[in-house]
Design a protein around this ligand. Structure first.
Ligand SMILES: *[C@@H]1O[C@H](CO)[C@@H](O)[C@H](O)[C@H]1NC(C)=O
Ligand SMILES: *[C@@H]1O[C@H](CO)[C@@H](O)[C@H](O)[C@H]1NC(C)=O
Ligand SMILES: *[C@@H]1O[C@H](CO)[C@@H](O)[C@H](O)[C@H]1NC(C)=O
Length: 370
């Protein structure tokens, strides 16, 4: 009991230990410094020889070399020795390796490749050196058979390209498909050259309704066995008569409504149009967008409805002088200038610049005649 209480009363231990020790960190420091700055006991040696991408020391590498020792380099795979430059380094008196040029070994090159007929060779990396690429590009109207890119490689027999050069063959197309109720202009030929065109036309219908051509009428040979688009379709397209309660049709009058026929509407006084003012007969014999309706009262929004011309890039506002749906021609009537849609059937062509110019001209004449 007494011993344990005496232990508890003992003064706490000092980490620094006895009073004579404060000098010891200095002694240790000096000792370390001498170790660092004094040359090692095994003096007069060089470290490992420097490494290069193009060459390596021959044989096994040691961690230290004696002064006067020589190390020979050898060129790595794909590199060749430049004979004017020495391949050795020596461990010098100052324990440094003598200089060796990085250019001692240079990259070997593959033989220049001739351009196969109807092609070009692109030197991708600016040289034919080991590891570089060349790319073959066929002239227009030709297509490549084989490897497009070759690499300069090392082989048993020396520097070689990774494969044999490709060849460029003339692009040809087989006849485009035949279609029901129509024919194409290429009948009789069994091969078509690059960019050759065929034109499809629809047959005369035996019934009262003509066939409409839906899709591209002209196809071009654009690649080996590849035409610019799918062939068109020839079919009878007939949209229902466009009826609008509390409103009337204002353009696109006709007795038959074929593919691409366009109709515009107007509502009676006291009604407003809900839906699109302009509708088009699509290839499924339905109106697109659907026939609008006339609702009683004032339009809910303050902005007046806009005429959207699907074949023009920007919509026109319904200002009387600018709301011209595509394909329309102005004509003079008793009430002044009004707009009547041109309506073609069954082959409608898309609006082009000429249509716009023709319309502007007709409009000016109409205005002058007023
Ligand atoms: C040697 O040259 C190559 C390219 O020319 C370079 O990538 C490499 O760092 C150089 N090596 C030395 C050790 O200078
Ligand atoms: C050659 O150029 C290609 C494309 O720029 C690049 O991906 C490739 O790494 C280059 N090769 C060499 C060896 O420079
Ligand atoms: C025509 O109808 C078919 C199937 O009923 C549909 O897939 C196609 O989108 C329609 N075409 C148009 C232009 O509405």
């Amino acid at each position: 009991m007494a011993a344990s209480s005496a232990l508890r009363k003992a003064p706490p231990h000092h980490c620094q230990g006895p009073s004579a020790s404060p000098a010891s960190p200095w002694v240790l420091g000096i000792l370390l410094l001498t170790l660092v700055f004094l040359p090692p006991t095994s003096s007069n040696t060089c470290g490992e020889p420097p490494r290069f991408q193009s060459m390596r020391p021959k044989g096994d590498i040691k961690s230290s070399y004696n002064v006067g020792e020589r190390v020979e380099y050898e060129c790595r795979l794909g590199y060749s020795h430049r004979l004017s430059l020495p391949k050795f380094i020596t461990c010098q008196e100052n324990q440094q390796w003598s200089q060796i040029s990085n250019d001692t070994c240079y990259k070997k090159s593959c033989p220049r490749q001739p351009e196969p007929p109807n092609s070009q060779v692109n030197v991708v990396n600016g040289s034919y050196e080991y590891g570089s690429q060349i790319e073959y590009v066929c002239n227009e109207g030709y297509h490549l058979i084989g490897e497009r890119i070759l690499y300069c490689q090392v082989s048993d027999t020396g520097m070689q390209w990774s494969g044999s050069p490709p060849r460029c063959e003339k692009i040809m197309c087989t006849p485009p498909p035949n279609i029901p109720n129509g024919a194409h202009s290429g009948v009789g030929s069994d091969a078509f050259e690059y960019r050759a065109a065929v034109t499809y036309t629809c047959n005369r219908a035996s019934g009262p309704d003509e066939f409409s051509l839906i899709g591209e009428s002209q196809l071009y040979c654009v690649g080996p066995g590849k035409w610019s688009s799918d062939p068109p379709q020839c079919k009878v397209v007939k949209c229902p008569f466009p009826e609008l309660t509390n409103g009337k049709q204002v353009s696109g009058f006709g007795t038959k409504f074929c593919y691409n026929a366009k109709v515009t509407f107007e509502c009676n006084q006291g009604f407003y149009l809900h839906g699109s003012e302009l509708i088009t007969c699509n290839d499924n014999s339905t109106w697109q967008p659907p026939i609008p309706s006339c609702l009683k009262g004032q339009p809910p929004s303050t902005a007046r409805s806009r005429v959207l011309c699907p074949s023009l890039t920007s919509p026109h506002t319904s200002n009387p002088s600018s709301s011209i749906p595509s394909g329309s021609v102005p004509t003079r009537t008793t009430s002044g200038t009004s707009i009547v849609l041109q309506y073609t059937c069954p082959h409608d062509r898309p609006l082009d610049l000429r249509d716009i110019l023709e319309w502007i001209l007709a409009f000016i004449i109409a205005v002058l005649e007023l």
